[in-house]
Design a binder for this molecule. Structure first.
Ligand SMILES: Cc1cc2nc3c(=O)[nH]c(=O)nc-3n(C[C@H](O)[C@H](O)[C@H](O)COP(=O)(O)OP(=O)(O)OC[C@H]3O[C@@H](n4cnc5c(N)ncnc54)[C@H](O)[C@@H]3O)c2cc1C
Length: 441
């Protein structure tokens, strides 16, 4: 692997633009299947930059979701169309692939899989060594700028090598038989795909937290509650949504109250599925929270009756209706309903009880924007999946061009699903390219 100059006389069997997880997997899979003269171009000084920072520096490589039919449910964009690709290379195949390449993945109780070292650098090392072992070449500081299909097949490429690589910034032209675009969410890759005739679903952020302005729950920052039922609805004055885009979304799971609003796994899942609708409404929505974990009115009335019987002499502040209800949240809901937390269960008027039960079952908050950062920053949108043959990841309109990873209109929720799509699409492209190259020689 090097950052030395490229020469016009070079003829490559495969050039992969983008040294991220999807591009590395494509290059390695092709080379391991016997293809020679494979080159990865990476515009930055180091490849696999997002892998390094992923999962809080630990890299959540994939998720213990072994059935492709279940796996597709974790992709707000992609969904059922990914059944075919995942039936060929799914989470179990990724675990086995890394194991075969010397990296053991360890499952956490919530199903996320991380390298045993708990360091994303182990994943990078594994991918780089695998690429080196099969002769994949890497040019860093080298950005693909133009790609033109040649009349007899293959592509003429124009790249820019930065001064840091070759002493003085320079442009190079050379040819390749096949081209993989694996440029992630970088605008230059989208431009290249569009230049080659592909459409683009406009990119919008996915996986973000929600802001309340002002935040009536600011004093509760740090409180987490699990499970919470979330129901998000766009405001009635939001511009009409595109056909097929729902305006109401539901999730259930852990929720975290932050200084700016709401975060936590259930919120990230909600915003992933609602990414496009929320973008449409300018990130304004009504969020209804069920703090009671789905308990019915009758269940809550019974719990309250039990408390009146069992804790009659205790203060409301010290005896919560169920132990998993956050004490700070309980106090907040009491005060909001005009209830004195020092009062005793025995003396609590029924009217006030009904108000607190109503707040436990449905509290409304006005979402005013996105939070300052998400857990994973992923882009929804990209090249439409219908423009790609999902068995080979080859463009349906440009022979020899393959598209993989986040450049496509695919994104998953948090938990390792985004990388899983990179491993799957990269592997499928690499395998197919090696097979097609061999059959054409
Ligand atoms: C902070 C953070 C944490 C994350 N954590 C996780 C996690 O734990 N688990 C998970 O599943 N997902 C995670 N994700 C999402 C995951 O990182 C992405 O889905 C994934 O990296 C996409 O891979 P890719 O190969 O398609 O693109 P990228 O990883 O973006 O790689 C594309 C590469 O192409 C290069 N490039 C772009 N244009 C050109 C060009 N014209 N020429 C040459 N090179 C070019 C870029 O520099 C880049 O290195 C996280 C994302 C972020 C930002």
């Amino acid at each position: 692997m090097s950052s030395s100059a490229l020469s016009p006389g070079d003829a490559w069997n495969l050039v992969v633009a983008g040294g991220g997880p999807a591009g590395f997997m494509a290059a390695i899979a092709a080379a391991e299947a016997g293809l020679r003269r494979v080159l990865v171009l990476e515009s930055t000084p180091e490849p696999l930059g997002k892998v390094l920072i992923s999962g809080g520096g630990r890299c959540n490589v994939t998720h213990a979701c072994w059935d492709p039919r279940e796996l597709v449910g974790h992709y707000p964009r992609g969904g059922r169309a990914l059944r075919g690709p995942f039936s060929r290379f799914a989470a179990g195949d990724a675990v086995a692939w890394f194991d075969d390449h010397g990296l053991e993945l360890v499952e956490e109780p919530d199903g996320r899989l991380f390298p045993r070292s708990n360091r994303s650098s182990s994943v990078i090392q594994t991918l780089r060594q695998a690429a080196l072992r099969v002769g994949v070449e890497l040019r860093t500081h080298t950005a693909l700028q133009r790609a033109e299909p040649l009349s007899g097949g293959g592509f003429a490429l124009q790249v820019r090598q930065a001064a840091a690589a070759v002493g003085q910034s320079q442009e190079q032209r050379f040819e390749t038989a096949r081209l993989v675009l694996a440029t992630g969410s970088h605008p230059s890759g989208r431009r290249l795909a569009q230049g080659l005739g592909h459409g683009l679903v406009p990119p919008v952020p996915s996986l973000f937290t929600l802001a309340l302005r002002p935040n009536p729950l600011q004093a509760l920052a740090g409180v987490s509650q699990n499970p919470v039922g979330l129901e998000l609805e766009l405001p009635p004055d939001a511009a009409p949504l595109p056909p097929g885009c729902p305006s109401r979304f539901r999730q259930e799971g852990p929720l975290l109250i932050t200084h700016w609003g709401f975060s936590g796994p259930a919120v990230l899942r909600l915003t992933a599925f609602a990414a496009r609708a929320l973008h449409h409404s300018g990130y304004r929505a009504r969020l209804r929270l069920d703090w009671s974990a789905g308990r019915s009115q009758a269940d809550l009335e019974q719990l309250f009756a039990d408390c009146r019987r069992d804790h009659a002499r205790r203060q409301l502040a010290t005896a919560r209706p169920w132990p998993e209800l956050s004490r700070r949240l309980w106090l907040h809901l009491l005060v909001q309903a005009g209830v004195d937390p020092q009062g005793r269960w025995a003396d609590w008027p029924g009217r006030q009880q009904r108000a607190v039960i109503a707040a436990l079952r449905a509290s409304d908050y006005a979402i005013a924007g996105r939070g300052p950062f998400g857990e994973e920053f992923v882009t929804a949108g990209g090249v439409p999946l219908g423009e790609v043959n999902l068995a080979t990841m080859e463009s349906r309109s440009v022979a020899g061009l393959h598209l993989v990873g986040e450049l496509l209109d695919v994104d998953g929720i948090t938990g390792g699903f985004n990388f899983q799509h990179c491993w799957t699409s990269g592997w499928l492209a690499g395998q197919a390219i090696a097979a097609m190259s061999q059959s054409s020689t």
